[in-house]
Design a protein around this ligand. Structure first.
Ligand code: PCA
Length: 234
């Protein structure tokens, strides 16, 4: 049986999902995005999640460094393709300190503008992520479908029109650009999580894990996103 373009399942074995988080940055000693990644990967490995096709969730911790982080993710995508297991979905997670909702990022912009130095000491101002690339690229996850389900599970969540202009946006834009360049028509995108360790935080680790599993379920489900009206007025 030959595999169609959207059937990324190898002849034998489970589909592969790449799931990334970040190391700490900005003087913090911890990044909860990595806790979410390891929890989701462990649950998938133990058969505890209800992800369709029982995928292998491959975790990757990215450095908070412009250029390096997207390069490592691109290398992981390349390695999976070379292995004969092109990923069925790629989801990157990062911390948005100061927010109290899970933020589903809809768009990556072709801009590096750093308010603080990254972990390698770089602090670019108004540089493109990809020279000559499109101004912005859209997430290809089923974000509206996931948003509806995450809200229904009483997890604070928001569709977001900006992932900022720091390293998370660098990864989001580069991921979407890289998938397009490789001709890989697979769902890819980015989610910001709040500081999950704050005892007053409305989102805790379990909630963030559930939100990510819903996003992955929707991504593996495939097809176009639902077209419910949304957006923001300002
Ligand atoms: N958050 C930063 C970079 C790494 C992370 O976890 C950001 O939002 O750009």
């Amino acid at each position: 049986m030959s595999a169609g373009p959207l059937d990324n399942r190898p002849a034998s074995g489970a589909p592969l999902v790449l799931l990334t988080g970040f190391e700490p940055f900005g003087g913090m000693d911890h990044n909860p995005s990595w806790d979410v990644v390891t929890a989701v990967a462990a649950r998938a490995a133990a058969g505890q999640s209800s992800l369709p096709g029982a995928p292998e969730v491959r975790p990757l911790c990215l450095p908070v460094a412009f250029g390096q982080a997207p390069r490592l993710l691109d290398e992981a995508v390349e390695a999976a393709v070379v292995e004969g297991r092109p990923p069925a979905a790629v989801l990157a997670l990062g911390l948005a300190a100061g927010t109290d909702v899970v933020r589903l990022e809809r768009v990556g912009v072709n801009l590096r503008d750093a308010r603080i130095p990254d972990n390698a000491g770089a602090q670019p101002a108004d540089e493109p992520v990809v020279e000559g690339g499109d101004g912005a690229l859209f997430s290809t996850l089923r974000l509206k479908a996931a948003h509806t389900r995450i809200s229904a599970a009483n997890i604070p969540v928001q569709l977001s029109l900006s992932a900022g202009s720091f390293v998370c946006n660098d990864v989001l834009y580069s991921l979407l650009h890289g998938l397009r360049v490789r001709g890989l028509e697979i769902p890819g995108g980015f989610v910001h999580v709040p500081d999950l360790r704050d005892p007053l935080a409305p989102v805790r680790l379990e909630g963030a894990v559930e939100a990510v599993e819903i996003l992955l379920e929707e991504a593996l489900h495939g097809g176009a996103d639902v077209a419910t009206p949304g957006g923001t007025l300002h």
